[in-house]
Design a protein around this ligand. Structure first.
Ligand code: GAF
Length: 388
């Protein structure tokens, strides 16, 4: 938790009145990577790391937003007829405002100050935490009753259509609807979600590889998405009107592999097998079968590395170290990929030793100094009371 008194004092000093504070968490995904935009299944948990938006309404239609992390302020007019991205952090703020208005909400001007504890560019969904905290603040300032699933969809749209990153719904959904001490098994087609408790015999440990992860431009990420669309287009000829890779099973895919080029086949194989792994993993966690859950995490990683090709050399080293340490049930990269963080499920009694050993071994192997966090799943977006 950042110093919220300081955030309030900063806000009062800057804008001359008291704010309401909106907190939206980052996330770690336990299993189900790149399946969300294929209408499939994912299983993330919200984190203690969060973005905090201090906000107070104005009497006009101006949005003024200060980022404490960057020490920069931007001002937008909600009545600007041609809002244009400027390719920095403020696009997430403006994009959310634009999409909320397009969804039919009449916003009021707002003064905002942002602060965050989500490590940026580390695959823990700092962008969604920013979008959701701002969206929640803007709706509250306008006096609109907040539907959390609709807010998640609007924030995703801001990222897809304003920022230009064709992300799925996972990050915004978990930031809106996360449940403390639980992961969410989300069906990204129906948007139904069930909360699965994290077994107290194990802890989620996140390790930041310190290899920078940059998805905002969308290049490699969007290319993976295009491969999936290409796969669907080709398989449709044989399988009939399938809407997404969600509608294809592993056997069906193999039976029609000749319709796909080698790379597209591997991309599709990751998605269809990953969907099966998520379903099995949720069932395993629900019956307390942590060994099966961990084995599925390891298989998910192999598939991300070999078929989807979204890992990198340093993360391969980190996962390899983690998977061999005592008490580790499973370990994999989490998030969009190309660097960022790993997630490991570690027996509670072994967590202390794991945290020390994984850091030292990774440092020795790569010269990089990782950060390591033991995490307890947090709740989704909400207002935080500050008494001072
Ligand atoms: C990023 C995206 F934003 C998500 O929608 C998801 O696709 C994830 O990468 C990969 O699982 O975080």
């Amino acid at each position: 938790m950042p110093d919220l008194d300081l955030l309030v004092r900063d806000f009062v000093g800057r804008y001359g009145r008291r704010p309401q504070i909106h907190r939206a968490p980052g996330r770690v995904n336990l299993i189900g990577e790149h399946t969300d935009y294929n209408d499939g299944f994912v299983m993330p948990a919200a984190l203690d790391f969060a973005t905090y938006a201090a906000a107070a309404p104005r009497s006009d239609r101006i949005l003024r937003v200060h980022s404490r992390a960057r020490d920069e302020t931007r001002t937008f007019d909600l009545d600007d007829p041609t809002p244009t991205p400027v390719e920095d952090w403020s696009d997430y703020v403006r994009g959310v405002a634009v999409m909320l208005e397009r969804a039919g909400h009449r916003l009021t001007g707002v003064d905002l100050t942002l602060t965050t504890t989500v490590p940026m560019g580390s695959g823990l969904s700092s962008s969604a935490a920013l979008e959701v905290s701002v969206g929640h603040a803007l709706l509250a300032a306008a006096g609109v009753a907040i539907d959390l699933t609709a807010l998640a969809l609007t924030c995703q749209r801001a990222e897809n259509e304003f920022v230009g990153m064709r992300c799925g719904i996972m990050d915004q959904f978990i930031s809106c609807r996360g449940v403390a001490d639980h992961a969410l098994m989300i069906d990204c087609r129906s948007l139904e979600a069930r909360a699965v408790p994290i077994d107290p015999r194990a802890k989620i440990v996140v390790v930041n590889s310190m290899v920078h992860h940059q998805l905002a431009g969308g290049g490699d990420y969007n290319a993976r998405r295009r491969s999936c669309e290409e796969g669907v287009a080709r398989l449709q000829d044989a399988l009939g009107p399938i809407r997404a890779l969600r509608d294809v099973g592993p056997t069906e895919l193999e039976d029609h592999a000749h319709l796909l080029d080698e790379v597209t086949h591997r991309r599709c194989r990751h998605i269809v097998t990953e969907n099966e792994r998520v379903v099995a993993a949720a069932e395993a966690l629900e019956v307390g079968d942590l060994v099966t859950f961990g084995t599925l995490m390891n298989a998910s990683y192999a598939s991300m590395r070999d078929d989807y090709e979204i890992s990198c050399a340093e993360v391969d080293v980190l996962v390899d170290i983690a998977q061999k340490l005592p008490g580790v049930l499973g370990s994999r990269m989490t998030g969009g990929g190309f660097g960022g963080c790993t997630v490991s499920l570690v027996e509670t009694a072994a967590v202390g030793e794991f945290m020390a050993t994984v850091a030292a071994s990774y440092r020795a192997a790569t010269g990089l100094d990782p950060t390591v966090f033991a995490c307890s799943p947090a709740a989704g977006v909400g207002v935080v009371e500050v008494r001072s």
